[in-house]
Design a protein around this ligand. Structure first.
Ligand SMILES: Cc1cc2nc3c(=O)[nH]c(=O)nc-3n(C[C@H](O)[C@H](O)[C@H](O)COP(=O)(O)O)c2cc1C
Length: 462
């Protein structure tokens, strides 16, 4: 057995266990060159069967949910060379996945800025019914003028977006609860389909949105979908603290993740909620291989096209000049002595640490020091150690995993990381319940939460 594995303290069987979700973007993987990798079907961007297969791989690994980000839509930043980063259509994809999976939660991003709330309410509740209570809605306000331009608009101010978001979530939850829990009788003998007096209009009119309702869809096995949120600003803390069951986060250090987690928990408390009702789930990117060298070579093959621009960026992170012609050389003693991690990029200290280990410039970049989340490039135990350290430090309730290449990277995580986490009693052996609400241990809720919403009084608060 690996010696570092022997040293690890095993959590007891009764300890709290971590949540794991899988990020599925365009279906090739989270690294830009994924679509060009050998063994990857270059046309799988449009294959719903491929998305189903990936979700099934995650379900084999007992992941609690899959998470599909969305713009809505995706910006075509480098379409000459790279695939758009998101799914063709997140709701249609999840509908296909729902039919071919049994337990895994299905979470999609739905913009509160660029959707009518009634449309979102019925799509997510229909998915919830179709999947027997496995749907989650990642309610985000959206960012970026490229997204807004598709709606003939520019991005509204943060105040405007979040003001609308507070109303949209309350309105949607009110619509979800507008078909009473026991309203659906479907009694062929008496001929009664449903109890009209339990299916009621919501009649809300806010500053930004309104609806008469009711929605025409009965409850699912979990009642209604869960709310996720993704964002890190104070406005995001407030929105999530008020409504979210889980936060899809982004943090590069344990300290930052712990601070973010605490900010969301504090916000939840301000709304009279138990802070354990909001799960903070930061991202982790993985290139899992039998050893560090094999994993680094895989990353080089995947992303080497981008290395010239990353060398330029690494110079700024370390505050020194780097030579693109010396990719095979480690940094010199003079360079390392002169290097100062940039205070403007939280990844800089880690980049310098890797550089000081003596890796070549090419390998430093292949470690993923310039990526959207912490990156594990190595054997499965390194991912397990990272996850254990963050989880036990109170920095995370779980992780959302972005495999480098979905074709084999999801299976690599399932086969090489999940068993170690299970052996350490940090991750469940199997699903305990059937619904996403059960997977997350989220409290029952049908309609709005009276602790945080004014909607029940016929009004809405931003
Ligand atoms: C981890 C993470 C995931 C996100 N996923 C999405 C997404 O799928 N779609 C989207 O439009 N925005 C996404 N966002 C962006 C947020 O919705 C938000 O616009 C951004 O964080 C800017 O925050 P602010 O408007 O509070 O300043 C994500 C943000 C984070 C941190």
């Amino acid at each position: 057995m690996d010696s570092s594995r022997e040293k690890v303290k095993h959590a007891s069987k009764t300890s709290k266990q971590m949540l794991i979700g899988l990020h599925i973007g365009n279906g090739y993987g989270s690294q830009q060159g994924a679509w060009r990798m050998p063994g990857v079907d270059p046309k799988s961007y449009t294959s719903y069967d491929a998305r189903v297969k990936q979700a099934q791989a995650a379900e084999r690994g007992k992941f609690h949910f899959i998470f599909l980000p969305d713009g809505p839509g995706a910006a075509l930043t480098d379409i000459e060379n790279e695939a758009p980063s998101f799914n063709l259509d997140v709701m249609l994809t999840l509908a296909a996945v729902a039919r071919e999976t049994k337990r895994i939660g299905l979470v999609a991003t739905g913009s509160t800025t660029f959707n009518e709330p009634f449309n979102l309410a019925r799509q997510f509740k229909a998915l919830d019914v179709m999947s027997h209570g496995r749907a989650g809605w990642n309610a985000v306000t959206s960012s970026g003028d490229a997204v807004a331009a598709n709606y003939g608009r520019s991005i509204p101010s943060s105040e405007e977006r979040y003001g609308r978001a507070h109303e949209v979530i309350q309105l949607i939850q009110a619509l979800w609860g507008s078909w009473g829990k026991d309203a659906w009788v479907h009694d062929q003998e008496s001929g009664q389909f449903a109890k009209r007096d339990q299916i009621l209009p919501i009649n809300v009119e806010g500053k930004h949105v309104g609806s008469r309702g009711p929605l025409y869809i009965p409850p699912s096995e979990q009642g209604q979908p869960l709310i996720f949120h993704a964002g890190g600003s104070p406005n995001a803390h407030e929105l999530a603290g008020r409504f979210a069951n889980a936060v899809i986060g982004a943090a590069f250090t344990i300290e930052d993740a712990r601070a973010q987690r605490n900010a969301f928990r504090e916000a939840a408390k301000r709304y009279g909620r138990d802070p354990d009702e909001i799960k903070y789930i930061p991202g982790l990117m993985t290139t899992i291989a039998k050893d560090r060298r094999t994993a680094l070579d895989r990353r080089i093959k995947l992303t080497e096209r981008l290395f010239p621009q990353r060398v330029v960026y690494l110079q700024q992170m370390l505050g020194i000049r780097l030579d693109l012609n010396s990719l095979n050389e480690p940094l010199s003693k003079e360079q390392l002595d002169a290097a100062r991690p940039s205070p403007f990029d939280p990844r800089s200290a880690h980049a310098l640490k890797i550089a000081k280990e003596g890796w070549s410039l090419r390998d430093i970049i292949a470690h993923g020091v310039i990526d959207y989340h912490p990156v594990i490039v190595g054997p499965g135990i390194e991912a397990a150690d990272h996850m254990q350290a963050w989880f036990e430090a109170g920095a995370a309730d779980g992780f959302w995993i972005s495999a480098d290449v979905d074709e084999d990277g999801i299976d690599a995580f399932v086969d090489e990381v999940v068993p170690i986490l299970q052996e350490r009693c940090l991750f469940h052996q199997d699903y305990q319940g059937k619904t996403l609400r059960e997977h997350l241990g989220a409290p029952d809720q049908y309609g709005t939460d009276p602790r945080v919403s004014t909607q029940g009084k016929g009004t809405m608060e931003e």
